[in-house]
Design a protein around this ligand. Structure first.
Ligand code: PAF
Length: 279
């Protein structure tokens, strides 16, 4: 497994692979790898000649009062996991490599960032879209793999890829969950014992709302109210939003036809978690 720190070396690795007709599958991450990331790495490996995984905790997607400094990091453990998953190259640039002095270009994806996480975390998707485009330009993948847990992120990246004519495919893989339903996330590491015990209520609420949909309910208000009711029964969990939106445009829906996403954000103590299901 190659460990690559510079953009020029990353591009040289990818150019060489592409020159012999090899495809590249890419998994961008902020590290502290869990089974969700590794499922993406395995898919990238299975469907492409070469797999690349990046580890970069991107400062520009964290707000001033968010957890950039505290974000969990474990480079040695991450590299071991990548080695085990037979990742071909791990790209680990530092902040100076990604944002040299004088850096002043940003990617703003309008519309799909004006809802949900976008309005609660101003600047977040600008940071995500900018770093992901830079990572794409460094790795030059044929396919890039993202988890459904960060649903709005997948919509933003798909839109950017389409709008900017990037010649690659964005692949979205199902959310990987612990046996009790909690969506895997690096931020789960922040949860205390009692908080971790309370956290599965988020997926329980989504599942109960999903059952309502499956038995014919089509009112977005009724479905979102079910999520609030179930989460409201767990005093340790404070819901921030439960919203039903068009799965492609993320426009809020009143009545659900087909292709909707039910998304939730909630706080447990100091930890903010998100999750979603497709309806
Ligand atoms: O999903 C993440 O871990 C990050 O937002 C990403 C896509 C690696 C960009 O920093």
């Amino acid at each position: 497994m190659k460990i690559i720190k510079s953009i020029s070396e990353m591009q040289a690795f990818s150019c060489e692979a592409r020159s012999t007709g090899e495809t590249i599958g890419f998994v961008p991450t902020m590290g502290y790898l869990h089974e969700g990331h590794m499922s993406l790495a395995r898919e990238a490996k299975a469907k492409n000649a070469k797999s690349v995984l990046s580890i970069f905790v991107n400062p520009t997607q964290f707000g001033p009062s968010e957890d950039f400094a505290a974000y969990p990091r474990d480079m040695d453990g991450d590299l071991e996991k990548c080695e085990k998953a037979r990742v071909d190259a791990v790209f680990v640039p530092d902040a100076g490599e990604m944002y040299p002095d004088g850096f002043s270009t940003h990617v703003d994806v309008a519309g799909v960032t004006d809802v949900m996480e976008g309005i609660r975390r101003p600047g977040h998707f600008r940071g995500v879209a900018t770093v992901v485009l830079k990572l794409f330009n460094a790795v030059m993948p044929d396919r890039a793999y993202f988890g459904q847990k960060d649903y709005q992120q997948t919509v933003v990246i798909r839109r950017m890829t389409r709008d900017l004519n990037l010649d690659m495919e964005v692949v979205v893989m199902p959310t990987v969950r612990d046996p009790d339903g909690l969506a895997m996330s690096s931020r789960n590491a922040y949860l205390s014992g009692p908080e971790r015990a309370a956290a599965p209520v988020i997926y329980k609420a989504l599942s109960e709302a999903g059952k309502l949909y499956n038995t014919g309910e089509r009112s977005a208000g009724v479905i979102a109210a079910k999520v609030r009711e179930v989460i409201g029964g767990e005093p340790m969990v404070n819901i921030e939003y439960a919203e039903v939106s068009d799965a492609e445009t993320l426009a809020p829906l009143r009545q659900i036809q087909t292709g909707a996403v039910l998304a939730v954000a909630a706080r447990i103590g100091k930890t903010r978690l998100i999750d979603n299901i497709l309806l």
